[in-house]
Design a protein around this ligand. Sequence first.
Ligand code: ATP
Length: 419
Amino acid sequence: MLDALESGLSGDNLSVFRCLRDRALKQSHPIYVVGGPVRDFLLGVPIRDLDFVVEGDGPELARWLAERLGGEVRVHPRFGTSTLVSGSCRVDVVTARKEVYPKPGALPQVTPGTISDDLARRDFAINALALPLTEKRPEIMDLHGGIDDLRQGVIRILHPKSFEDDPTRIFRAIRYEQRLGFDLEPDTLDFLNAAVAQGHIASLTGDRIRHELEKILDEDHPELSLNKAAVLGILEKIHPALGEKEAVDRLDALVAGTHTGDDGQKGITHLTYIGALVYSLSEIQAEEIIHRISAPGAWSRVIREVMSLKSREDALARDDISSSQLADIVGGYSAEAVLVFARLTKLPIVSERLALYSERLRHIGPALTGNDLLELGVLEGPELGRLLRQLREAKLEGTVSTEEDERRWVQERMPKAHE
Ligand code: ATP
């Protein structure tokens, strides 16, 4: 079993694993591989990050590892957790713990515990699996029927109050369901629906909600989890305006056609999903969401840009708009906001113009710089700026193309010495 798991590892992950296996065989504190790596090994899919639990001092073990393999350790003393980043790998080493939730949505009170306690505090049975490194011929510890759930393809909580204790598990459940192509086990689905209906998501801080959204956005296909979150009424508990049915259609429209070909999700990023989610909201609602999820700067920026672009839709649809006017309107917005708006506007002409901007106009500018103009004899000052702007317009309109054209164009417009 252990050899098979080891053979699925490489590089820094393999070094960490071997180092801890060696130490586990020599010391008295049991060390376990837990959660995701055991689950993924059983599923036969690539193992991502390694997670270890020690019935002892997790942070001490992480520091010991860092001394041997190099890397940096971050410790969270309150939870006895530590993360080692070594080369390309990120390893969690945590002290086995018992958790008690003082009230729904609050962070748990934590005390050191056994591996059984640690497995019992986990989110789903498929993650409550451990492989002891201490034994010569270890067997997987499966106290909650996780292996059976993996066979049946279901996500199951470990106790009825699980979602209430920690509503972030609502987001986690749909994320694993969509990542693995599993189903929520029927009772788990009932408990999830009840927790959503009872408003437990409201007890989560903005940071915790955003963290779960970030994890969803890190998945290969975030739109699947976001769609499911919309369908189950989870998004509308973040903000009522996210509950409208069109949110799902918008996510589909955003990714339409981007999962084929070598380009993969061309241009689709965390920010474009965020932009698509808020697309139809009012500015006030958008600001409320920024506040609710403690949106980081980049998220706030794209949300506000999408709002702003929407307010300029009429100008972008005008009949007589020139290429340089188009570039003037769109030029200050991020590529993500422009992409979201291009895919979601109901006006085909606006979509076409934004595509023209992104694919062509955005890359057009004069070859000559301010210095070149000075060398040609233009005097420093407002005149220089005006000529550069006009030269850019001329390039966008196509009346000037080569660098030679540009020089001629400038020389024709330079104030003559006696003027
Ligand atoms: P993977 O499970 O593939 O590692 P991930 O990186 O999203 O996915 P993490 O969020 O790092 O997972 O969680 C690692 C493990 O910690 C999970 O397998 C789970 O057992 C446990 N865990 C994380 N969050 C919770 C939670 N809110 N409640 C209970 N257990 C959790």
